[in-house]
Design a protein around this ligand. Structure first.
Ligand code: ARG
Length: 457
């Protein structure tokens, strides 16, 4: 492609080192789409005849068809997807092919391809986030009556609906959706027409290209357009947060499926056995997903580090952007899909949940609130109930087993009705503020999300 300036062939060792075709071939569809739009601008500028453009478009479509069928032979010596396609096009159609790269550089071409690719993948990821949200809502709805202990510090804290816990993740994934959708706006800007760095002396209609490729905006500085990848960093950062949320959900699933908790059972299809221990049923999907957060974070740091310190504008370092980007997208798409499928096969174990949530200590805060409702300042009430808990620990009994006299010895504000209110059901019913898990609120939220996400009921 640059034979005019050089007397020697590129060293074999350099070809191996610098090729990107082994991974950027994946951009083929976008590269062809971009070239077809570019050829329209060339024709509009009178640089291609209608016939020449028609042969370019037909040639590109033919090459695209072969790549799609796996019949296309990529050449490493042609370095990347852009040169592989252009060179094969010219081999097939001759001169018109040699005109395609007019007023274009691989620098604006690769920026375009990456944006087109990330735009499509953002949409795919948003769909998969919605799918996992749907499964979380469905799982909560299948077990809408189940109450479990909620934890802080992994110590039993207060009772919550199982569905409330799952809906917490639905909210998190919704913010992930919003981040991806927002970042897509900055991906969705046309860089083509920026040339290598300073546009071109040949004037092309960028608005026409933007319209053909469905870009609502056009980059306004040619140097910026070929040198930054901040839009990819943003998406990788949004994906790192998806990975973080998936990893925490994984941890909950792993704990809940353990013999110590037994709150849920995962279907056989989404668990694995042990080659040695016959009794084992392992939550590998959740473990792998928790593990994959590492590489998704790594990809973000890798791209940030590649870009830092690069002088304006394009530098070959930037070819290192693709593998981390592809890897995070592949990893997150796979994790979301397999996790959603696994959630579909999860059943809660209501008896075990009920046994765990039957721990009267979970109602200690409710007892303090009882005293507040009887005129005791909260700090004082907290201390009184703390003493009641200590007394239980001493006597090896539960809060429900202390007598009214025991309670009244701790505070005269206690009355006989305290035992009636001391139930999980009362505790849940009282939590009526917006965002709190009263049965009405949780049912409302399950309904709200079901209709918003299009769950089938
Ligand atoms: N393979 C290159 C990349 O991915 C394409 C751009 C090459 N531009 C250049 N001036 N060498 O970044």
């Amino acid at each position: 492609m640059w034979k005019g300036r050089f007397k020697e062939q590129t060293a074999e060792l350099l070809q191996q080192y610098s090729e990107s075709i082994s991974f950027d071939w994946r951009l083929w569809r976008h590269d062809i789409e971009g070239s077809i739009a570019h050829s329209a601008a060339l024709e509009a500028a009178g640089l291609l005849s209608a016939d020449e453009r028609a042969s370019i478009v037909a040639g590109l479509r033919e090459i695209g068809g072969e790549i799609e069928r796996g019949d296309f032979q990529f050449k490493r010596e042609l370095e990347d997807i852009h040169m592989n396609i252009e060179s094969e096009l010219t081999r097939r159609i001759g001169d018109p092919g040699a005109k395609l790269h007019t007023a274009r550089s691989r620098n604006d071409q690769v920026a375009l391809d990456l944006r087109l690719y990330l735009r499509a993948e953002s949409d795919a990821i948003v769909e998969r986030l919605a799918a996992i949200q749907r499964e979380l809502v469905a799982l909560g709805s299948r077990h809408s009556e189940v109450i479990i202990p909620g934890y802080t510090h992994l110590q039993r804290a207060q009772p919550v609906y199982f569905a409330h816990h799952l809906l917490a993740y639905v909210e998190m994934f919704q913010r992930d959706v919003e981040r991806v959708v927002d970042c897509r706006k900055r991906i969705n800007v046309l860089p083509l027409g920026s040339g290598a760095i300073a546009g071109s002396t040949i004037l092309l209609d960028r608005e026409l290209v933007a319209q053909l490729l469905d870009f609502p905006a056009i980059t306004q500085n040619s140097m910026d357009a070929v040198s930054d990848r901040d839009f990819a960093v943003e998406l990788l950062s949004a994906l790192a947060l998806v990975a973080m949320h998936l990893s925490r959900l994984s941890e909950d699933v792993i704990l809940w499926a353990s013999s110590e908790f037994k709150f849920i059972t995962i279907s056989d299809a989404f668990t694995t056995g042990s080659s040695l221990m016959p009794q084992k049923k392992n939550p590998d999907v959740a473990e792998l997903t928790r593990g994959k957060a590492g590489r998704v974070y790594g990809n973000l740091v890798s791209l940030l580090t590649t870009l830092k310190g690069l002088p304006m504008t394009y530098n070959r370092d930037m070819q290192e952007d693709k593998e981390p980007v592809f890897d995070s997208i592949d990893t997150i798409k796979a994790a979301l899909a397999v996790f959603a499928a696994m959630l579909g096969g999860i059943r809660a174990n209501p008896e075990n949940c009920a046994a765990a949530v039957g721990d009267p200590n979970l109602l200690a805060t409710d007892l303090a609130d009882y005293l507040v409702n009887h005129g005791v300042p909260f700090r004082k009430a907290h201390e009184v109930i703390g003493k009641a808990v200590a007394l239980c620990a001493e006597r090896r009994c539960e809060l429900t087993e202390l007598s009214l006299a025991d309670y009244q010895a701790l505070s005269p504000a206690f009355e006989a009705d305290l035992f009636e209110m001391l139930t999980v059901e009362n505790s849940m019913a009282a939590r009526r503020a917006i965002g709190a898990p009263s049965p009405q609120n949780v049912a409302f939220q399950l309904n709200r999300w079901s209709s918003r996400l299009g769950n089938e009921n």
